[in-house]
Design a protein around this ligand. Sequence first.
Ligand code: KG4
Ligand code: ZN
Length: 338
Amino acid sequence: MKNNKLLTLAIETSCDETSVAVTADGREVLSNVISSQIDVHKVFGGVVPEIASRHHLENINAVFNRAMGEASVKPSEIDMIGVTKGPGLVGALLVGIATAKAFSFAWGVPLLGIHHIQGHICANYIAHKDLEPPFTALVISGGHTSIVDVTGYNECMVLGKTRDDAAGEAYDKVARVLGLPYPGGPAIDEAAKSGDPFAVKFKRVFLEKDSFDFSFSGTKTGVINYLNTERQSGRGINAADVAASFQQAIMEVVVSKAAGAAKLLKRGKLVLAGGVAANSLLRKMLKEECGRMGIKLYCPPSVLCTDNAAMIGCAAYYRYMAGERDDLALDAFAGLEL
Ligand code: KG4
Ligand code: ZN
């Protein structure tokens, strides 16, 4: 406790960012240290799970020390520990969970295991101090693409989700075949800026009428087939046009479904969450669509869209306030439904 506020030490190690944060009363960030492993995995074109676990182990103590130092808090002032319990890479998750358990045991404070996607949604409570449930959320990341009806700080219902690739996964794979660096999302976003979004007509997959599910693998395969055909026939490829056309096809579907869900649910608010929420085309298109429909759009800054521990600290605070607790038997879950 500090200045009458409950302090959370939060840990996030589900993929390739080692992150430790200190939050006050959930929504205030005292520190949010993110150590990215992107450079380590770049040479492999994607995250190598074993390497990710090893780097989390090597980094976690230094990241913890920096987070406590930047927040200027003492261990005796920490009221609870929040840690991502899944979904994610199991070995990577276990490093965070083992660290969280050690602090919980040593300091005698409650432990709270957090669903990673719940954390992504909570990033919005940090970014927008006035935001309260209920609202509709579009969760769009490297591992997930879902439309969620958020009815309370700890309650939500999934309306639809991807049946194959997550949007970020499709971005990363298309970037790889285009020869763009990992992670592919920001690289495609950047390349697309100088491209024509209507140069190549890639498939828009809407699935059944009224369905809020997604399917991105057909569009992804369409891009790969197009590139193979063009390369085999010796024609040059305009990477900017392909990047722009690919993301136009993906985002037309995403925006139509997310705005459609927000309209149907009548919450009046649409909240963006997850790494792909940093995408400039998505933000622009949704801003226009929500403006037309009279829906208020909430987008966190990019640093709170991609993986970070502050969002986990915020989610832990709301679970704590609801009286929920985990014990030292807390496990990691590679696949975990929302
Ligand atoms: O939320 P996140 O950091 O990790 C997961 O939980 O998956 O999301 C990472 C994903 C990656 O696929 C990355 O390529 C994508 O987010 N991403 C983007 C952008 N920035 C990150 N995708 C499109 N446009 C961006 N600007
Ligand atoms: Zn994430």
